[in-house]
Design a protein around this ligand. Structure first.
Ligand SMILES: C[S@@+](CC[C@H](N)C(=O)[O-])C[C@H]1O[C@@H](n2cnc3c(N)ncnc32)[C@H](O)[C@@H]1O
Length: 250
């Protein structure tokens, strides 16, 4: 792979990435006044970029509504507001998804966050000005346990299954491709699923773990998420995005 310069996924200005949904979280949960928000976001984003050169940071994608854009968000919210429910964010980065739930009244002491880079999580306290209020427990960890990289997705999914019980919902999105294939990015190797390979993976997970799940997965063009076309020219030609809600039924 030709060396990629991370500056191609760095955008100086916030542009259209600060939506009303995320303003709500920063105002409501962070208590940050509207007029202070742009400078505040620039300060934290630039610190985060020095830590991790991910497109979601450089391109302000962390400001987009994330889970809030899922049609299932009201269901997720209702579920997470039930007593004894647990919200777990794997690869949480700055932790903005958990703050979205917090802003909607979900108690943070029932939240868990996992990331290999603890600096991002720590910066999240500054981003949302909630040190002392954000009670989610953070675990610094590489989510993979087995060394066999070729089966990374299967290993990770089986580990998630191990943490689940009937009723657990797994919700997320990831970069996919029309042609399922792995790709070496500067931040690591990613296997980009297409819909068929993603569903096959979950068939296999169910078989191997003896559990039953309903898999609601669909492919979308990236711009549907609010990402600007001009910011993703560096992505692969056949790029897609997979959005999934997977619910354990037995
Ligand atoms: C693309 S960022 C997404 C961050 C956040 N979920 C968001 O939507 O903005 C991927 C995150 O996963 C973390 N990560 C990457 N590999 C990981 C691993 N093996 N175990 C735990 N976290 C990992 C990175 O440190 C980074 O914060």
């Amino acid at each position: 792979m030709a060396e990629m310069d991370p500056s191609i996924w760095f955008r100086r200005d916030i542009g259209p990435y600060l939506t009303d949904d995320s303003r709500f979280v920063y105002n409501q949960w962070g208590g940050i006044a509207e007029e202070d928000l742009p400078l505040h976001l620039h300060n934290i984003r630039d610190k985060a970029w020095r830590l991790s050169k991910y497109p979601c940071i450089g391109l302000w994608i962390f400001l987009l509504p994330g889970m809030g854009a899922f049609p299932q968000f009201p269901t997720l919210l209702a579920r997470s507001q039930q007593p004894n429910s647990i919200v777990l964010d794997i690869g949480c980065g700055l932790g903005q998804e958990l703050r979205l739930f917090a802003a909607h009244g979900v108690p943070t002491d029932r939240m868990w966050a996992v990331d290999i880079e603890p600096g991002l999580w720590t910066l999240g306290y500054d981003l949302f000005r909630d040190a002392g209020r954000m009670k989610a427990r953070f675990i610094e960890r590489d989510f993979r346990t087995l060394p066999d990289e070729a089966f990374h997705d299967l290993v990770a999914s089986k580990r998630v299954v191990g943490l689940s019980k009937p009723g657990t919902m797994l919700v997320g999105s990831q970069q996919g491709r029309l042609q399922a294939e792995e790709y070496q990015w500067p931040w690591g190797v990613m296997f980009h699923h297409n819909l068929e390979s993603f569903i096959r993976l979950w068939d296999e997970v169910q078989r191997k773990t003896n559990t039953r799940w309903t898999v609601d997965a669909r492919m979308a063009d990236v711009p549907e998420f609010g990402v600007q076309e001009e910011d993703i020219s560096w992505m692969l030609e056949d790029k897609q995005w997979i959005r999934f809600v997977i619910t354990r039924v037995a």
